[in-house]
Design a protein around this ligand. Structure first.
Ligand code: NAD
Length: 421
């Protein structure tokens, strides 16, 4: 994994990606600068009383990148490596992503620098509630709506919603998405990102004349995105031959028993136990280079660089994670004819169903699972088609095409709104 001291700055990657698309779109340089800048950034340092009675200080961030097309939207991450530039980059990708699928949201992201695995549930709850209180002036159903990201989940969203509602004096369901169903969460939200990655990979396979059924699939990360994605590939008759978590992966060229592997992960927080045998142990680095048809990076940023890109054997890469591939690796894949479905398209199922959840909350409606699945599939297929058309017409790779679609829509909205005063 990426060594912290040599960490590639995801903001540099995000900025350069935006420059490439802006140049292709021939955007006015001032406009291009304007839409790359973050709108608002909040850094908070706050104390939490830990279980042993000690006081620990935490640093948290909420960044709103752009709200031209609607309220800001983006997850909250709990991870030791969270920093301002990472949150800025993730917020920027959220803006382009919402525009790619053409839903009326802007982009935001947040996070707390912490080691959630070393904290008790009680400590996580206290940290979440205090962090929510600290950023409460920035969030709300009309302004900025958080959601789960790495190491946050529906329970964390429930604590945010409860804390925010306590501050307001009434229940505000629409302040977060990805909530438990009992608190106004939407059917299909928990599965949405993994399912969306599967749909995106299906579209890519269709485009290349390949079949998902029988395809060999490798997935890095088995959380909300990777774990759910693995289940969708498995159900469609693909062979998921490798899956990993932060500690390493499990590999079986004949295909893993996905439900057994995920049960084991749930029970022991680990993939490699005697119960989950049926596969051999591999590192995350080895996993990415396995011979396969579809590779789904679904963990963290900068996993695929110029160093390992030449060794990657997949025919399709569907980015479940945000920013898993560097610009140099993009170029290598383009030259090698590897078809990459970029993050802002491949993992947009999450923000799409988050939008459905928000709409249901505001209108106090409940949609059925079928309605949600049908709308999600339609939006993702349409967006894939739109990106592919740009890719063909402009002779650019899929990432540049998706950025051109997203950034183009944000630029157009910005021009229409004009500059105040
Ligand atoms: P999660 O916390 O549910 O799961 C993260 C997974 O990554 C876990 O299996 C963890 O073990 C693994 N992991 C962590 N560090 C790793 C490492 N160093 N090497 C290999 N694996 C590692 O998080 P998630 O929600 O599944 O998010 C994963 C990625 O998908 C992130 O990039 C996130 O921003 C992106 N994403 C998530 C959503 C969503 O709706 N949750 C939406 C869009 C994009």
């Amino acid at each position: 994994m990426t060594n912290k001291s040599h960490k590639i700055n995801p903001l540099d990657v995000a900025m350069k990606q935006a420059d490439i698309a802006a140049e292709k779109l021939k955007l006015d340089p001032g406009l291009s600068e304007m839409i790359k800048q973050t709108k608002r950034e909040l850094i908070v340092h706050f104390p939490v009383k830990m279980d042993d009675g000690s006081i620990k200080m935490f640093t948290g961030y909420r960044v709103q990148h752009n709200m031209t097309r609607g309220p800001a939207k983006g997850g909250i991450r709990y991870h030791p490596d969270v920093d301002l530039d990472e949150v800025r980059a993730l917020a920027m990708w959220m803006t382009w992503k919402a525009a790619v699928v053409n839903i009326p949201f802007g982009g935001a992201k947040g996070g707390v620098q912490c080691d959630p695995k070393g904290m008790s549930l009680r400590e996580l709850e206290k940290m979440t509630r205090r962090f929510t209180w600290e950023i409460a002036m920035m969030i709300g159903p009309d302004q900025d709506i958080p959601a789960p990201d790495v190491y946050t989940n529906p329970q964390v969203m429930a604590w945010i919603m409860d804390t925010y509602s306590t501050l307001k004096g009434y229940s505000v369901h629409g302040v977060v998405t990805g909530k438990p169903l009992e608190l106004g969460g939407s059917l299909g939200r928990f599965e949405a990102t993994g399912k969306g990655v599967f749909i995106a990979a299906q579209e890519a396979a269709r485009h290349l004349g390949l079949h998902v059924e029988g395809a060999r699939v490798v997935i890095q990360g088995c959380g909300n995105v990777g774990g759910i994605g693995a289940q969708y590939f498995d159900r469609a008759g693909a062979k998921v031959i490798a899956l990993s978590d932060s500690k390493g992966g499990i590999y079986n060229e004949k295909g893993l028993d996905i439900s057994a592997v995920l049960d084991c992960k749930k029970k022991y927080s680990c993939l490699i136990t005697p119960e989950a045998r049926g596969g051999e142990e591999i590192t995350n680095e080895e996993l990415l280079e396995l011979d396969c048809d579809i590779l789904v990076p679904a963990a963290l940023e900068n996993q695929i660089t110029h160093k390992n890109a030449p060794k990657i054997k997949a025919k399709i890469i569907a980015e479940g994670a945000n920013g898993p591939t560097t610009l140099e690796a993009d170029k290598i894949f383009h030259d090698r004819g590897i078809f990459l479905v970029p993050d802002i398209l491949a993992n947009s199922g999450g923000v799409t169903v988050s939008y459905f959840e928000w709409v249901q909350n505001l209108q106090e409606l409940l949609w059925s699972e079928d309605e949600i699945s049908e709308r999600l599939t339609r939006i993702l297929r349409r967006s894939f088609g739109e990106v592919l058309n740009i890719c063909r017409k402009e002779k650019v790779d899929m990432r540049t095409a998706a950025l051109m679609l997203g950034i183009g829509r944000v630029a157009e909205a910005t021009k229409l709104r004009g500059i105040y005063p």
